[in-house]
Write a protein that binds this ligand. Sequence first.
Ligand SMILES: NC(=O)c1ccc[n+]([C@@H]2O[C@H](COP(=O)([O-])OP(=O)(O)OC[C@H]3O[C@@H](n4cnc5c(N)ncnc54)[C@H](O)[C@@H]3O)[C@@H](O)[C@H]2O)c1
Length: 267
Amino acid sequence: MGERLASKVAVVTGGGGGIGEATGALFVQEGATVALVDSDAEAAARAAQAIDPSGGRVLAIGADLADEAEAARAVRETVARFGQLDVLVNNAGVRVYGPITEATPESWERIIQVNLLAAAYCSKYAVPELIRAGGGSVVNVSSTNAVVGRSGLAQYDATKAALLGLTRSMACDHAEQNVRVNAVCPGFTATRYHVRRRAEREGTSPEQAAADLRAEGSQCLLGRLAEPLEIAYAILFLACHESSYVTGATLMVDGGTGMSVDGPTSR
Ligand SMILES: NC(=O)c1ccc[n+]([C@@H]2O[C@H](COP(=O)([O-])OP(=O)(O)OC[C@H]3O[C@@H](n4cnc5c(N)ncnc54)[C@H](O)[C@@H]3O)[C@@H](O)[C@H]2O)c1
């Protein structure tokens, strides 16, 4: 049991699985009490039970954070239960596959609502609480593809790039109030989402899909997918006092995605 977040209270959005659940578990291990907020209320409840079977340290909140009123409620319920708020992790996200020629007003609206506006709404209600607590930290979970191009997820990548802009400008707005705002950009991470998607596509079991994903590896310098906990450690760093001089930053946690291993003579 660590003490990096001793007596701190955190909201982790999209806490029902994957990176969000791993972050919630790590935060609790480091002394925090945590609200896991997710539109999938059952997933949030299951994650809360897995992290803290005795209850008391983890609160599960079902909320569609694309709705500003729901974001306000999630923050309100967390503060009502735990008395304060010190850390907000904006991790909830959705994906839309396909090139921009296939995008529709509806697909744009949904992905912007969740990947950008939900983070903005949660921040709108959390930041005053962080200020009331004497300062705090907001960590936005973006993506390596906010800064490295690829094909097939243009809408997603655009929203994740927008999240980096929000991160920097929020950092400017709230530095004087001792609120730091940073972003983590995960690379390809072995979460339930990707396992489920692969299992559906290949018609295999989740166990086989997870093994196949890991065996296939990833096009990054390290050659493999990240595990959710490896992303959670970066989020923990930005959430706790060890990053006290870091704000407005983008931390790539992607195994070196987009970096070249070519030598100096290659073109
Ligand atoms: N897994 C990866 O390879 C990867 C890579 C880069 C970035 N990311 C980002 O990391 C974050 C977590 O990804 P993941 O793969 O762990 O999980 P995920 O993408 O499956 O989903 C995150 C969670 O967000 C929740 N969610 C979706 N819409 C919501 C809404 N409107 N309100 C509240 N909750 C909502 C989902 O129910 C889910 O539990 C996402 O923002 C994702 O874009 C993931």
